[in-house]
Design a protein around this ligand. Structure first.
Ligand code: ADP
Ligand code: MG
Length: 597
């Protein structure tokens, strides 16, 4: 009888291994982010398209890889993080199994650019289904960019198993939260379909929590601190009255790695006993530091489960620490916890500047860069509130077409004009841009609103006559989610029972639009996962952009056309609107010449 057993070819073994490590786009996000962290990056960008189904790209400014390492990185069991089995018990890195990249490359199209400090050029490697299809030199700065496209393209069963974009995005965001909360010393940015969902500057833990979940969180946390020979515990518990019905805000980190532990969760729940209403769950962000020798992370391929040597003792310590913190807070609720310097940025990171991204992402490619550089001064880098709403007041929009000569006399500006009261046409040297005015304006407003909500508070102006609105229960519920965002924008709103009165609005905000905007914000998809706090900022910015952008059919004079164009050039993303619609098309000179041949 001939032998029945044969060794699986590598690419088949890799596909099987991939099944364990990579379940969905979020798994790719986790592995790539962790590799970037392990590479000691100080700035990491995550770019995804269609919730990661079409693209997951992570760009870091870390150590990079040499050409040889680049090839090896995609081999199974290739890792730079451990050498001998003993190393497993002194882990300081996220990765160590050396199988993530090999797994990912087995089931997707992967393009990597990487460059070390010593190298003068970057190296590029393209792999599809474990096969190297191209290897070349490129010119990227130090760091690594890995783009994973068409996930599961060769495993239809897996691909079909994926959930809707909304659900997959939720998973991606969950993974993102876990990494960014473990590493507040790193700057993270996250773009989905051209929308910036997060831009998190390096900060202390508490600030990082607030920038992820919303500024009001800063006042909802009590610090937890305990140091014993077994473990050091730091972090925050959410005050009982802000507890949620979902378990979305439960985070344990052990030696900076997010872990799931029903056992430790039980310890924290025990500390909250008697303080929560039925059906509510405690919220916490707890960072445990233990001797790596006393834990085993090796028990699950995704490394989110940990076994502790002295579980029972850890349980007791944790429960006592949380109970103590909640107790102090109960007795002295006004105690100022802001002075909690122990959770500040680790010293080593204090003087580090976040370095600009080493590698340009395609999606932010600015097709105007060359043509506009000669008149660059008109590009607004840091848009002010003034003029934010210019062009919004109906009365500002002229009812007749701009006189033609105005276009000819402005010699400095390019000869832009409006077409069909719908498009702005911008002729350049070798091609012509036809820009959708509505989508371009939505993009401009969206980026400004989002930046106001997440970074700088907007200036507020008192209304002469406060406006009153009556809210139904759904609207009231929705209001609790967007309250913070509205305040950051400059709205002054008081809600009593089911009555809302709007006392102030952002400076320059057209009064006639206030009621409409607030109403559309309150009816805005409350069905959209209400725990997704990021999405409330994003959602508010989108809804505002949609309601306030100029409409199709609005005639713009040449000054307004120019302003729109300038603002548009200053956007971080120019290809798609916040609603993922293409903003402009290009018409090549050669195309026109061919047609007229
Ligand atoms: P692991 O992280 O378990 O070592 P991976 O398959 O995730 O395994 O990565 C393999 C190796 O590739 C890593 O050990 C590391 O040396 C290298 N590598 C992966 N991603 C990066 C990155 N972003 N920057 C530098 N090196 C990287
Ligand atoms: Mg890894």
């Amino acid at each position: 009888m001939s032998a029945k057993i044969s060794l699986l070819p590598d690419h088949v073994a890799n596909q099987i291994a991939a099944g364990e490590v990579i379940q969905r786009p979020a798994s790719v996000v986790k592995e790539l982010l962790e590799n970037a962290v392990d590479a000691q990056a100080t700035h990491i960008q995550l770019v995804i398209k269609n919730a990661g189904k079409t693209l997951v790209q992570v760009i870091d400014n870390g150590q990079g890889m040499s050409n040889t390492d680049l090839r090896l990185a995609f081999e199974r069991h290739a890792t730079s993080k451990i050498n001998v089995a003993e190393d497993l018990f002194a882990l300081t890195t996220k990765g160590f199994r050396g199988e993530a990249l090999a797994s990912i490359a087995a089931i997707a199209h992967v393009e990597t650019h990487t460059r070390t400090e010593e190298d003068e050029v970057s190296h590029c490697l393209k792999i599809e289904g474990s096969k190297v299809i191209d290897q070349s030199l490129s010119t990227q700065p130090q760091g690594t960019s890995i783009a994973v496209k068409s996930l599961f393209y060769n495993i239809p069963a897996r691909r079909n198993f994926l959930k809707s974009d909304q659900v997959e995005l939720r998973h991606v965001i969950d993974e993102f939260h876990r990494v960014v909360l473990a590493h507040p010393e790193i700057r993270f940015q996250f773009f989905n379909n051209g929308s910036e969902l997060f831009d998190l500057p390096l900060s202390a833990v508490k600030k990082r929590i607030a920038s992820v979940f919303g500024n009001k969180w800063e006042t909802q946390l009590v610090p937890v601190e305990e140091k014993t020979s077994l473990a050091e515990i730091k972090g925050f518990a959410v005050k009982p009255e802000f507890a949620k019905k979902t378990r979305g805000q439960q985070f344990f980190f052990v030696n900076n790695r997010f872990i799931k532990s029903p056992f430790l969760n039980h310890a924290v729940s025990a500390a909250f006993e008697g303080l929560l209403r039925p059906g509510y769950h405690p919220g916490y962000f707890l960072y445990l530091t233990v001797d790596p020798k006393t834990i085993d992370i090796n028990i699950h391929p995704t490394k989110t489960e940990v076994k502790f040597e002295e579980e029972q003792n850890l349980y007791a310590i944790l429960r006592a620490a949380v109970k103590h913190s909640l107790g102090i807070f109960q007795v002295m609720p006004t105690l100022d916890f802001e002075q909690n310097t122990s959770m500040d940025v680790p010293y080593a990171f204090k003087d580090k500047q976040a370095v600009p991204p080493p590698i340009e992402i395609d999606s932010s490619f600015n097709p105007f860069a060359n043509e506009t550089s000669s008149r660059a001064p008109s590009i607004k880098k840091d848009p002010q509130w003034e003029g934010l709403y210019s062009g919004l007041q109906e009365e500002e929009i002229p009812s007749v077409s701009p006189p033609q000569e105005s276009l000819l006399t402005v010699s400095e500006s390019p000869k832009v004009f409006q077409l069909f009261a719908k498009y702005i046409v911008c002729p350049l040297k070798t091609h012509m841009l036809v820009i959708d005015q509505v989508r371009a304006h939505q993009r401009i407003l969206y980026e400004r609103f989002l930046s106001a909500i997440t970074h700088k508070k907007g200036v507020s102006q008192q209304l002469l006559f406060p406006m009153e609105l009556e809210l139904n229960p759904q609207q009231l519920e929705q209001y609790t989610h967007i309250e913070g965002a509205l305040e950051m924008l400059g709205f002054q709103i008081v809600v009593e029972k089911n009555k809302m009165s709007i006392k102030g609005a952002p400076d320059h905000f057209p009064t006639s639009k206030i009621e409409n905007v607030i109403e559309s914000l309150l009816s805005a998809s409350s069905e959209e996962s209400s725990e997704a706090h990021f999405s409330h900022a994003d959602q508010v910015a989108k809804t505002m952009a949609r309601s306030l952008a100029i409409k199709s059919g609005a005639l713009l004079d040449s000054r307004e056309q120019q302003a729109l164009l300038d603002d548009f050039f200053g956007c971080k993303e120019t290809t798609v609107s916040p609603f993922n619609r293409q903003i402009f098309i290009t018409l090549e000179k050669t195309e026109i010449e061919q047609k007229l041949n």
